[in-house]
Design a binder for this molecule. Structure first.
Ligand code: SF4
Length: 273
């Protein structure tokens, strides 16, 4: 994979500099689903939103395919005042690979080109979440180094229960990543991260928790979220209560929360650090 990366010269025109006028366009937040489709790996995948939507549309969600958005970060504007500039302005945030897993084995062939695009667009931020941390190290670009060259690429890991935390975190927390973040979503049980905060001091920069959405959502107990918040506060890590999910237990009572209120209700808990 490393040799393959060196040989790539994706789009020779990419390095052209367009300095005539300053680019005053504001940054944007955009989705970059460069490939689509995935295979389930753990309990958190049971009610995968992408699976549900694809099956409704008569598609096979287990087939991983490159999408038409593949080269989005390096697409150019064709006309007008910003002609030949990148379509996505400098400073933008790309939510990367949210309808697949960036480290899925069926995407190995395309990943070197994706790294090249991210390297070229180091004026933007790329954020991705994986359930396959065991594949990260062997599929980083050869110029990754200690991760500082790619500090604009943030790779978070998902741990939906204690078993997955205990499998994934010992791998993930040793990786040469400039920014380490843990997503506990959907949160399926109480999770103890203390052993990892203690074994890897200062490594976990932030933790995000949330319940499950959709018609078959599993319950999330607010006490688990509160406990995770307390762990993060104690170890000086960031914390975000992203959303309640559709079925929330609080003080022993179960609440069914419509999708449109799930983020609002989580924000009202004021747990973010
Ligand atoms: S890893 Fe993510 S995209 Fe893939 S099946 Fe699981 S939840 Fe869905």
């Amino acid at each position: 994979m490393a040799g393959e990366f060196r040989q790539l010269t994706l789009f020779p025109e990419l390095n052209k500099v367009h300095e005539e006028t300053a680019d005053t366009r504001p940054p944007m937040t955009t989705m970059w689903n460069l490939w689509h489709g995935c295979t389930k790996v753990s309990a958190g995948c049971a009610h995968c939103y992408m699976y549900r939507r694809d099956l409704q549309n008569g598609m096979d969600p287990s087939v991983v395919h490159r999408t038409q958005s593949f080269n989005l970060p390096v697409r150019r504007v064709r006309g007008g005042p910003w002609r030949s500039r990148y379509k996505v302005p400098s400073g933008s945030l790309f939510y990367t690979c949210f309808s697949s897993d960036f480290f899925h084995e069926d995407a190995d062939e395309w990943r070197p080109q994706a790294w090249e695009m991210m390297r070229i667009r180091n004026d933007c931020t790329f954020f991705m979440i994986t359930k396959r941390p065991e594949r990260i190290l062997s599929h980083l670009p050869e110029d990754w180094g200690d991760g500082s060259t790619y500090a604009h690429v943030q790779i978070a890991v998902t741990c939906e229960n204690q078993a997955m935390a205990d499998i994934r975190l010992p791998i993930y927390l040793k990786l040469p990543l400039a920014y380490k973040a843990i997503m506990v979503e959907p949160m399926l049980e109480r999770i103890d991260l203390r052993p990892y905060f203690e074994a890897f001091p200062g490594a976990i920069r932030s933790v995000s928790a949330g319940g499950e959405s959709g018609p078959d959502a599993r319950t999330c107990d607010f006490a688990w979220v509160q406990d995770l918040h307390d762990q993060c506060a104690y170890f000086h890590a960031g914390f975000s209560y992203h959303q309640t999910g559709a079925r929330l237990i609080k003080d022993g009572k179960e609440y069914h929360i419509p999708r449109r209120y799930q983020h609002i209700q989580a924000a009202k808990a004021r747990l973010d650090i």
